[in-house]
Design a protein around this ligand. Structure first.
Ligand SMILES: Cc1cc2nc3c(=O)[nH]c(=O)nc-3n(C[C@H](O)[C@H](O)[C@H](O)COP(=O)(O)OP(=O)(O)OC[C@H]3O[C@@H](n4cnc5c(N)ncnc54)[C@H](O)[C@@H]3O)c2cc1C
Length: 400
């Protein structure tokens, strides 16, 4: 089954197609953005889905355009010139679950989950972290036990962003505790309204309530919700995380990078407020702008490497460190430049300031990204792993 009910698109993207995209974007009439509602981003996805514009690199059969790297970059550049609602609610689905299903799902899973995902009909969340498994993610203890018809899941997840309003979760669970920790994991899709799933929202210091704890009490799921082979969960999880890291800062929406021909909104606001008239402040703002541009270009280079290799690799970790650093710096510099005005509750800059520390944690901490770069890029000695070859059930928990 194809992802679109419309007749299949002709392969390739011509200048006329891009002009069509420009016209589509110019005519978009989106609901106003509202932090309490996901309707603006949902309408945006609905408008882009028939043309495969949001996921141009995906095969046309599954809702993309089969575009190569250069064409996908042209499409992203065209998208940046249009309206860009915050597509945060759909980030996990579009940028992490979609590519994972393309790589590891079967056709019936792709047919079932990809179309609603790119049309903004389903929100996905990522249920990986647990109280005892964050940086040491392979220590996941949520159990999935075989039943006659499928699997029974039991355990607790934490820091599940989007949990309070997600329809589906991609969930890492332990299917075999008697093998070394990395070998006994399997990936599942879990319906968030299934009996036994309880979501408890957690409030962040920036006021957001995207976070949650998720309790999974004897949740029955069919075997058709298993993604990939039994015992392949760790390999699939690494792919999901690499997709997350390589997509952070490289997507449309709130987190979009400044296009070369667009002055970013924060710089426009500073110019309008007269802040740039002061040469010292102007200098600081311009050096921030340059840093963000370098991050954007380095991100494009890392994305090109990912495309050439056919899968994200350790370059995604380098990209993630740069994005975390520059987002934090942007928050701190803007707070300084805006002074008291930027510290008013409700001011965007105040929200960004309170969000800043989280950039070094979400998607894997800076320390863990540095470990990955050290081992896999620089070839430095790996950390000692005391539980190598030891069954998870007998290993010392929390020791890598
Ligand atoms: C905003 C936000 C959103 C998130 N969203 C999700 C989500 O949707 N789904 C999800 O599953 N998780 C999510 N997380 C969880 C996130 O992935 C974890 O917080 C992160 O992996 C760190 O795990 P931890 O909090 O258990 O810290 P720990 O692993 O306990 O780490 C504590 C400290 O020790 C350091 N450390 C640990 N091990 C090493 C080591 N080997 N070498 C050097 N330093 C080390 C860490 O860098 C950190 O500074 C989110 C987190 C945040 C902040």
């Amino acid at each position: 089954m194809s992802a679109d009910t419309a007749p299949p698109r002709a392969a390739g993207t011509s200048d006329e197609d891009l002009a069509e995209l420009g016209a589509l974007l110019a005519g978009l009439d989106l609901p106003p953005e509202d932090p309490e509602s996901i309707e603006a981003s949902r309408s945006y996805l609905q408008a882009l889905a028939p043309g495969g514009w949001l996921v141009p690199g995906w095969p046309a059969e599954w809702g993309g355009r089969g575009a190569n790297g250069a064409t996908a970059a042209r499409i992203r550049s065209a998208l940046r010139k249009g309206p860009a609602p915050d597509i945060y609610p759909f980030f996990v689905g579009v940028y992490m679950v979609g590519p994972t299903l393309l790589a590891h799902g079967d056709d019936s899973q792709r047919a079932r989950w990809l179309p609603p995902l790119i049309r903004g009909q389903h929100v996905w969340c990522q249920m990986f972290s647990e109280p005892g498994a964050g940086s040491d993610l392979a220590n996941v203890s949520t159990r999935a036990e075989r039943t006659e018809d499928g699997w029974r899941l039991r355990g607790q997840k934490v820091w599940t962003s989007r949990g309070p309003y997600a329809d589906w979760a991609i969930c890492l669970a332990r299917t075999d505790p008697e093998v070394p920790k990395h070998d006994g994991l399997t990936m599942f899709a879990v319906k968030m309204d299934a009996p036994g799933v309880t979501v408890r929202p957690l409030r962040q210091m920036n006021g957001d309530e995207h976070f949650s704890e998720v309790f999974v009490d004897d949740v029955e799921i069919p075997d058709s919700h298993r993604i990939g082979e039994v015992g392949q969960g760790w390999k699939i999880a690494l792919g999901v995380l690499s997709h997350e890291r390589s997509s952070i800062g490289a997507v449309v929406g709130k987190a979009r990078p400044a296009a070369r021909d667009v002055v970013p909104r924060w710089l426009q606001a500073l110019a309008k407020s007269g802040t740039l008239a002061d040469p010292v402040r102007c200098d600081e703002a311009m050096s921030l702008y340059v840093e963000l541009e370098v991050t954007r270009l380095a991100g494009a280079r890392s994305a090109a490497r990912t495309r050439a290799a056919g899968r994200p690799g350790p370059e995604a970790s380098g990209h993630k460190i740069r994005v975390s650093d520059s987002r934090k710096r942007r928050a701190y510099v803007l707070t300084r430049l805006l002074g008291a005005e930027g510290l008013g509750t409700g001011h965007r800059s105040y929200y960004d300031l309170l969000t800043a520390p989280s950039h070094s944690l979400r998607g894997g901490t800076d320390e863990i990204q540095r470990n990955i770069v050290a081992e896999r890029v620089l070839g430095l000695p790996a950390e000692p792993r005391l539980d190598r070859g030891v069954p998870w059930s007998t290993s010392r928990r929390g020791v890598t």
